[in-house]
Design a protein around this ligand. Structure first.
Ligand SMILES: Nc1ncnc2c1ncn2[C@@H]1O[C@H](COP(=O)(O)OP(=O)(O)O)[C@@H](O)[C@H]1O
Ligand SMILES: [Mg+2]
Length: 452
């Protein structure tokens, strides 16, 4: 009878080999061969044999299952997940070591343990270490079970016996299956173990959380290889030195991927930040040239952030254009528009543009603010700190409409802003917001005249 065996397949061209090779003979790429399991067929295959499965059905006759999401007890996490944890879904949480993945998972599991057993499998820490963290976080749930194990077969066997409402595996890099010879943490092991967990989760209708470290190289052997297998992939990000953590969905089969969750790391664990705008503006210097506050829509909510520009004469032949948190090419474009339309000569200046607080903006609505921040720094003139700037800038220097202007203006009003500069065409669509003077502009010239 045929036996199960392993093959090594190239991840870039598909060439297979019976043993591991450093260089793929098919495409000459290095380090692309990964061990994979080949299951022996149970019976000799009969030609024309089909599996019994329900025939294709008209979509109108299918019954939708009621969505039974359970809250994780952490509002910001629920928001990123699209409203809560869906049974049978697999959630991947990636991030740098030490960012707070285990903390977040433990906090969520402690809450979910009030609805049934929650199983926390750790391959990195001993139960005593986990207990120490749990004490620090104030987590004490009798139905939260802790299991130190790395063998995937044992883990799934125990899970089946316990039948929990949620299973968390921390981290996927530490688990392995006996069926592959490769070491734990290798790409073949990670993929095979994750595939088994995904299969198990779907069959049992069990929600699973996989924790994955992002390696220095970012992708290799990291959680990225799992993104296509899981239902939801979340990444935890932080700016070094900031206590804030931002949880971002890069893939979500059950919700939007635009939502972000903002947390603060404290002694007692991760705390959801309910008003991120106030947090991102907390350290804002007032009356300093180059600082402009904009409103960005993250998912369904507006967040106010500060853009900081620094324009200084360069000693280099080619002036530098350095950005942090905002697209480099977009800024280059805005600088070109500024030069052409406003006659500002920036060729002999380095330009640095930074989004304060470690946030990332990828919305054209930030254009006008970015452009004015650069102009403000160049002219060494301040922009009124109680003015919010919103608008997309076109190549002709026109200010174009952006979405959800009213939500942005309301957020500004909440934080005590007195004026908002918005695109003229968007101004007509919004109702009056108390306490805020809304100024519509059609071109960057008008915005410049009003603010600088
Ligand atoms: N005693 C402590 N007091 C406050 N914060 C702590 C303490 N111990 C650990 N931390 C915080 O928890 C973080 C580690 O979180 P953890 O959930 O283990 O990260 P990960 O699982 O992503 O590697 C550390 O970076 C630190 O900021
Ligand atoms: Mg950890």
């Amino acid at each position: 009878m045929a036996k199960d065996r392993s093959v090594f397949s190239c991840q870039s061209c598909g060439t297979q080999s019976a043993r591991w090779l450093g260089r793929c003979p098919g495409c000459d790429e290095w380090n692309t061969l990964v061990e994979e399991k080949v299951l022996a067929p149970l019976k000799a295959k009969r030609s024309g044999s089909v599996r019994s499965a329900p025939p294709p059905q008209p979509i109108g006759e299918l019954q939708a299952i009621a969505e039974a999401r359970s809250s994780s007890g952490i509002a910001e996490l629920d928001r990123v997940l699209g409203g809560g944890v869906v049974p049978g879904s697999v959630i991947l949480i990636g991030g740098d070591p030490g960012i707070g993945k285990s903390t977040l998972v433990l906090q969520a599991l402690a809450y979910l343990a009030t609805k049934g057993a929650a199983l926390y499998v750790s391959g990195e820490e001993s139960p005593q270490q986990i207990k120490m963290r749990a004490d620090r976080l104030g987590v004490d749930a009798s139905s939260l079970l802790v299991f130190s194990e790395t063998n995937i077969e044992t883990i799934l066997d125990q899970t089946k016996k316990i039948d929990p409402v949620i299973l968390a595996v921390d981290s996927i890099q530490t688990v392995f299956t006996d069926d592959l010879q490769a070491a734990p943490g290798s790409i073949g092991q990670i993929r095979e173990s994750a595939a088994r967990i995904v299969q198990f989760a779907k069959r049992q209708g069990l929600a699973c959380v996989l924790v994955g470290h992002v390696t220095k190289e970012g992708s290799f052997a990291g959680p990225r290889v799992l993104e296509h297998m899981v239902d939801t992939a979340l990444y935890f990000e932080a700016d070094r030195g900031h206590p804030f953590r931002i949880l971002r969905a890069v893939k979500n089969r059950f919700g939007s991927t635009n939502e972000i969750g903002v947390f603060e790391m404290k002694q007692e664990g991760l705390q959801a930040v309910e008003n991120p705008s106030a947090l991102f503006l907390a350290e804002r210097p007032v009356d300093v040239p180059g600082s402009v506050v904009i409103a960005s829509i993250e998912g369904t909510r507006p967040i106010l952030v500060e853009l900081q520009a620094l324009v200084s004469a360069t000693a280099l032949g080619t002036p530098r254009r350095t950005t942090l948190g905002i697209d480099h090419n977009r800024v280059a474009l805005l600088v070109a528009i500024l030069e052409k339309k406003m006659g500002v000569q920036l060729g002999g200046h380095d330009i640095f543009l930074n989004v304060a607080g470690g946030v990332r903006i990828d919305e054209p609505a930030a254009d006008l603010g970015a452009l004015l921040a650069v102009a403000s720094s160049f002219l060494d003139r301040t922009i009124d700190p109680q003015t919010l700037v919103i608008g997309e800038v076109g190549l002709a220097g026109e200010v174009r409409a952006v979405g959800q202007v009213e939500a942005r203006v309301r957020e500004a009003a909440k934080l005590g802003f007195l004026r908002c500069v918005v695109p003229e065409s968007s101004k007509r669509q919004i109702a009056e917001v108390e306490g805020v003077e809304v100024r519509g502009v059609q071109s960057i010239q008008q915005a410049w005249d009003f603010l600088l």
